[in-house]
Every structure is written in structure tokens, then in C-alpha cells.
Design a protein around this ligand. Sequence first.
Ligand code: C2E
Ligand code: MG
Ligand code: MG
Length: 733
Amino acid sequence: MTAANQTIKSNPIFADQLDRMPVVWIIDKSSHNIEILISILSTQNLQIHTFIDDTFAANTDSFALPNVILITPDTRSIEEYQPWQFLRSSPNLQHIPIIIIVEYCDPIAKTKAFNLGIADYIVKPFHRQEVLNRINHQLLIRSSQNCSQSFQVSAKPESISLQILPSKQCDIDLRKQQLESILNSLDDSVWSIKPDFSAFIYLNNATEKIYGYPNSTFLENPAFWSEVIHPEDRGRVISAHNHLLNIGFVHHEYRIIRPSGEVRWISDRSYLVNDAQGNVVRIDGIIQDITDQKNTQQQLEHNALHDGLTGLPNRNLFMDRVDRALQYSKRHPRYQFALMFIDLDRFKMINDNLGHLVGDQFLQAIAHLLSSCLRSGDTVARLGGDEFTILIDDIESYQEPLVVADRILNKLQQPIEVKKQTISGSASIGIVISTRDHESAADLLHDADIAMYHAKSLGKGRYALFDKEMYEQNLRIVQIDSDLRYALERQELEILYQPIFALRTNQLDSLEALIRWNHPQRGLISPNEFIPIAEETGLIIAIGDWVLSQSCQQMCKWQSQFAKAQSLKINVNLTCHQIREAQLVEKLDRILRETGISGKNLRLEITEATMMDQGEDTILMLEKLRSRGILLSIDDFGQGYSSLSYLHRFPVNSLKIDRSFVEKMSFGGQNLEVVRTIILLAHTLQIAVVAEGVETRQQLALLKEIDCDYAQGYLFSRPLSALDVEKLFLHQA
Ligand code: C2E
Ligand code: MG
Ligand code: MG
């Protein structure tokens, strides 16, 4: 249906009564509004004319004069709005009641319009019954002013009919009855009171339903309306009502208490009614019960500030509370609080192995456990994933949060039962105490996070209190990280090569590529310092690629220069990130192809710790590398794990016994026996053994005695530059 200047004669049965049918004009820019209004009104015996507002004034003469006009005004410039001016200046139209259509909760529009003399308003989104009631109301008033006709649109949807009352029946009592029945069919309370609030003039039935008190209570004691207001809202409601006499309209929301003690939210709109001389004759109002709407709104607000899984405050609410605590501490220097950052250890493993459902319930159990460790004024929140935070309010000493952290770690040691699975939890906790230096909540959270990482690096399942040293260490990490990004292109990285010798033949077997970073300001930085940082940021891939291709190129060059280098191997270290890279096999194929060295001249060193963390897919990938002839070695073997029983799982050719073992070896000592056992087992699995960090002749003698295959260490050579390696070839030749 197009909605431009059309006449809808609804219900053709009454076509012969057209001249007596009430006429409604709808003036609106929005064809959508017009369509909805027509769909509501077309079931009624009404003559409806619709106008798109800018075509309205030119067409008015062609249509029957209206009994009521519905218009959506431009509320920003309502006085200058053209259709509005026309309605107000046209002698035929200026006395026709106007009902405006306003957006929900737009008191300004309504107040403006009331000042300009509108009869009523309809709130969008349209509520069918409201539209019918309000039009009906105006038609009734109009018919009582002009007793030649009386008509009414039925207020009850099920009995929609139009009554045309002959003028002789136009009796005031009957109209009053009709009005009364409409008002009593409403769910909203409609009331009217004397301007001095001394007596109610009218109350409809819905008032009893909303307030739970009989209307007689209000009629007998008009001040009672203010007594049922919730004590926390009473002051502002009364003061708003006192302003009513100045501003003419008030719309506010507040709570009332029913006789049962139940609290309900209501929306109260009150208007001053003036007589022709401008004297206030009464105050009218409409009260709507909006408890359900408020509850939904409160639920939405709660959801915006809480974590859906655990019901704990979320990051937004937590940060807001920390911010408030921080502001308070600025005004009260003796007030201090602590912030804890808690990260569950090995949560990913629980989630991956036992399923997300168990993971979720475990997090809920942790939320409960953390809450049970705190006082009521403290806040525990879930930031996301397995990260929780705690705000410990008003602490007397720095020991207080440590006691809480201990309590949490102790409780976590007790197994948690989730879906018939017993899970033992563990967490790393970072703690920071508020200081004058903290500018924002984010600052505090950052420090607690640093402390948490520190606790994790110390071996998990513990707490660490943030201190200045940690801050400086973190600063150094951040600086190294940012400088490292440019180290490759500025050519600050260099590779040294450390020889590895075969103990039975004293021949050079291989060279281990070891990276060096010559930092322009800080000097030489150890790979032990920057490789873990590169691993964390992912920069290791670019650096690792560079090391691989550089050392393979170098190897190729040596092979072309020295006959001895034909059987030599180049050992390259790979980190966890690198071996998990999807394209590693293709990458190595390409490097071997481009540099022209054979797979059997390349040995990859992977630490035992990294190897232990891998799944079946990595092992399959390693087997692919083996099938290309590439050699694999376990680095730093024995450092903390001693996973002899796992050794057969890994498709490796050799293992490097960690320097710490070699260091502690002595004749008849326990360590010597451990190394001997490792060598024996490795040999039964056809795995060759390399000893790292050999510094003394005594260590060398012991290693030879227990049948170690290869050795590397300062005793033979420090890591050498490529040039020094060439000298070594020449010297050996
Ligand atoms: P790593 O692979 O276990 O390398 C052996 C480390 O022990 C080297 O330290 C080497 O200089 C040192 N070393 C060798 N012989 C002796 C000795 O007799 N006494 C002592 N005290 N130390 C000895 P560096 O070069 O500082 O490298 C440290 C670690 O950094 C390496 O341990 C390796 O894990 C890592 N790394 C070095 N270069 C690379 C690289 O290019 N890529 C990767 N991913 N990691 C690398
Ligand atoms: Mg190594
Ligand atoms: Mg090593």
C-alpha cells in the first residue's frame, strides 16, 4: 500500500454512512508509520485520509474535514514545521484535536507539543490498544463539545464497533459512562487531583491493581500517594512534583511499595490542566507499572558488567572498582589496596583433554573457591579464559595479600571434583600493592601481570610480589623486544660455530651454529636472553629462518673449499615455535635445494623440554625430516626431565647430555653413573651421545671411559667465527 494522500474507507458495509463516520487524518513523513496506523485503524468504521507531510497543505480542500488529526511533528523545530503552522493557522483546522506521535521516552517532544496545545500523544512503537484508546478519547471529547454526533471506536479489541449515537441520546451521563468504561479498561492508572493536592478528582480501576490499595485509601487521604513511595525515591519525587507548577509537565520513574511489601517500579507522567483564562484547574496523570521493563533493563546492565560463565564481575566492572580505589587512595594517603592477577596453570590441558564442559565447570569451581578466600569488601573478577583478578581492599600491611595468596594456593591443592573427574588445580599469582606512582587501574593490572609471569617462570603454583627489580627486568624485556625487530635488517646478528669432535677418532664431526647479537648500545647480548623473548613474540620465525639459511649457505661454501667438510654436519637449534610451524618441512626442502647441501649434512637440535611438549603430529613431522636424511638431536638432555622412558618415542639420531651433568661428574660419583646409564640406554636405541660443556681433561677422560661418542666444549674450542673455522680446517689438513 502506498501511503500518499489516500482515502481509506474502511469496512464498506458502512459506506452509506460515510458522511457520519468520524474522519481521521494522518500526516506523516514516514510511509512505514502510515502503514502501521492504517493497519490498526482499518478495522474500525473510520474515514482515514493519509498525507505525506509536504503534500498536505495543497490537498486539504479535497477531503472531508477531520474529527481528529494524527501527526508526527518535527520536534526539533516544531514551531517552524510547515504542516504544523498550517494546521494552526487554517480556520477550518485550528480547533481540530491533534494527537502527536512521539518516540518512546521523549519528554522534551511531549512538553513542547503540550505547550503548543496538542490534545494527546501516542508513543512509538505503536501499541494497538493505545492508538485506539487515544483516538477514541478525542472523538468522545469532540462529540461532547459538538452534540450533533457522538461516536466511538471500541476500546476492546474483540468487540470493535463504531457507535453512532443520535443527537437526542447525547446525554452527558451516557458519555461519562462511556469515558469511564474506556478509562477502566486501561492497564495504566489514570488520575486527576486538585492543584494543591488536597483531593483526588478521579482515579480509575487500574490504580488499585498497580498500588495494591483500594482507591478509597487515596480518596480519603490524598497525601497517601507519597507515603507509598519507596523511602529512597520519595525526596526526588516530591521535589519533581513541586516543579510541576513551573514547568507544566513531569515524567519520572520511581519505586512504590505495595501492602505486601513488594516493590514495583512505575512511570509517572503528570500534566497541569489550565482553564481558558490560564488558571490551573487540576493535575492529570498516567501511571504505568514498568517493573518488568526495569527488571529486563537491570538484567542487561548486570550482563554488561558480569562474566556469563561464573557470574563474577568482568574486566569492565573490575577496572572500574580498581579505578575508584585508586582515586580514593589519592585523597587518603594511608589507604592502600592490593591487586592480584591469577592465572591457572595447565588449564589448556584440562580443556583439551577433558573437554570444554568440564573446563567450564572447573572455572566455575575456581570462581567459587576464590570468592571463599576473600572478605566481603574484596572483589574477585574473571578477565577471560583462565585469568582471574582480585582487588583486596584497605590493607594494613603488604603481608595481608600474601596470606590471601597462600590461602588460595593451599585450597587449590585440594582436588576439585567436576563431572565425576577429580582435577587438581594450581595457579600462578602476581601481586601488586597500590603506590603513589600508579596512575591508572591499567598500570596496576600491568604490574600484577608482570609479577604473575615472574611466578610462572619460577616454576608455577606460587605467588610473586611485584617489585622494582621486576619492573626493570620487564622494561629490559620490552626494550629488547622492540630493538630485536630491527636487529636483522641492521645486520646486528652474527653466527658463531662451535666444533663438536668424535671421541674415538678425535676428528671434527660437526659445527653448532650459535647466534650472537651485537647490540649497538648494550654490546653482546646472550641468546639465552633474547631467544626466549623472540619465541614469545613470534619473531623467532624470522630469526630462525635467517640462521638456517645462513648456516646452510656457509656449510655449502666450506664444502666447496675444503675436502674435509664433505662429511661435516651443521647443527642448528630449533625452538618450539619453529617446529610447530606448518610449513617447516617445505621450508627445509627449499633451503636444502637453494644452498645445495644434502640433508645428511644438517642436524637439528631440539631441547628435551620442547620435545616433551609435542603431540603425535610433531613426531610425524620429525619422521618426515628423517626420511629426507636430516639428522635430529635432543639438546640439553637431563635438564629437569630425565625422560629416559620416552626416548624411544622420538625419531632422533643423537642426544646431547646437558652441561650441568658433565660439570658434576667425578670419579666414582653418582652423576657419572647417571651419565653412564643414559649412554647405555641411548646405545641400545641406536642413539649417539654428545657431551656438552666439556671444560676439563678429567671430564674428557671420564666421558671416554663411559663410551660417550662425541664432545663439545671450551676444552676443544669456544664458538668460532666463520673465518676462524676456516683456519681450523687449514690447521687440521
Ligand atoms: P645450546 O644449544 O645448548 O648451546 C650450547 C651453549 O653452551 C652455547 O651457549 C655455548 O656457547 C655454550 N657452551 C659450549 N661449550 C661450553 C663450555 O665448555 N662451557 C660453558 N660454560 N658453556 C659452553 P650460547 O651460545 O650462549 O647459546 C645458548 C643457548 O641459546 C643455546 O644453548 C641455544 O639453546 C640457544 N641458541 C643459540 N643460538 C641459537 C639459534 O640460532 N637458534 C635458536 N633457536 N637457539 C639458539
Ligand atoms: Mg644446541
Ligand atoms: Mg645445549
